[in-house]
Design a protein around this ligand. Structure first.
Ligand SMILES: C[S@@+](CC[C@H](N)C(=O)[O-])C[C@H]1O[C@@H](n2cnc3c(N)ncnc32)[C@H](O)[C@@H]1O
Length: 209
């Protein structure tokens, strides 16, 4: 069991410079998806190789994972995938990232760290203030996907996002995945683990109105 990284540690107050979209991607005009807490990025590698008309950006707080993922992108010369190291809450609160947020078609929170103890809830990546930042900067129509195998965390995330007037739940049965960032329903590592171990998976999609 890995030790979770405390995102509130002052180690993450400094953030790396976020490059412009044209520095990150071969075609900066492609649809942009952001995955928050992407770990080693396998999910995004799988997506980027299949869906070449989308750009994928991953943010991850474990520096070594990001370093390795960045090297793999360079080695394989993948032009529609980029990784940024740091605490997503600080990164997306920074003025440099406003242009990225404005350009997002969608973002995902896949199986975020649950931080089970109540006194640690403030370490969870989805926070009311963070949802406000997103609602102030995302364009209308941008989608947020959440997924977890922890019911309590799902309820917490759902409550936090739904409490913001600008996010409305999309009924999954009305949702057309073929036009989304993940038309083939590629699975994340934690999702594969949850499926193999027959854990319930709770998920929801929101749209910015
Ligand atoms: C349980 S793992 C899930 C990884 C992957 N999304 C999956 O579904 O397999 C959660 C990931 O989120 C990262 N993480 C946690 N808090 C974060 C934060 N505030 N900013 C960026 N990454 C974070 C963790 O380091 C970890 O890699």
């Amino acid at each position: 069991m890995r030790q979770h990284v405390n995102p509130l540690s002052s180690n993450f107050n400094q953030i790396e410079r976020i490059p412009s979209l044209s520095e990150m991607f071969g075609d900066s005009k492609s649809n942009l998806h952001l995955d928050i807490g992407c770990a080693a990025g396998e999910f995004l590698f799988d997506l980027a190789l299949v869906n070449t008309s989308w750009n994928y950006l991953g943010i991850e707080i474990r520096e070594k994972l990001v370093k390795n993922a960045k090297s793999k992108v360079l080695e394989r010369e993948i032009k529609n995938l980029y990784f940024v190291f740091g605490n997503a809450n600080n990164i997306l609160n920074d003025v440099q990232s406003k242009i990225i947020i404005k350009n997002l078609k969608s973002l995902s929170f896949n199986f975020p760290d649950p931080w089970f103890k109540k006194k640690h809830y403030k370490r969870r990546v989805i926070q009311p203030g963070f949802v406000n930042i997103l609602s102030n900067s995302l364009q209308k129509g941008t989608l947020i996907f959440i997924k977890t195998d922890v019911k309590d965390l799902f309820d917490y995330m759902d409550y936090t996002i739904s409490s913001n007037y600008y996010f409305k739940i999309i009924d999954k049965k009305d949702f057309n995945y073929s036009e989304s960032f993940n038309p083939n329903k590629v699975k994340t590592n934690r999702e594969k683990y949850a499926i193999v171990n027959q854990l319930d998976i709770f998920e929801r999609i929101y749209i910015k109105i």
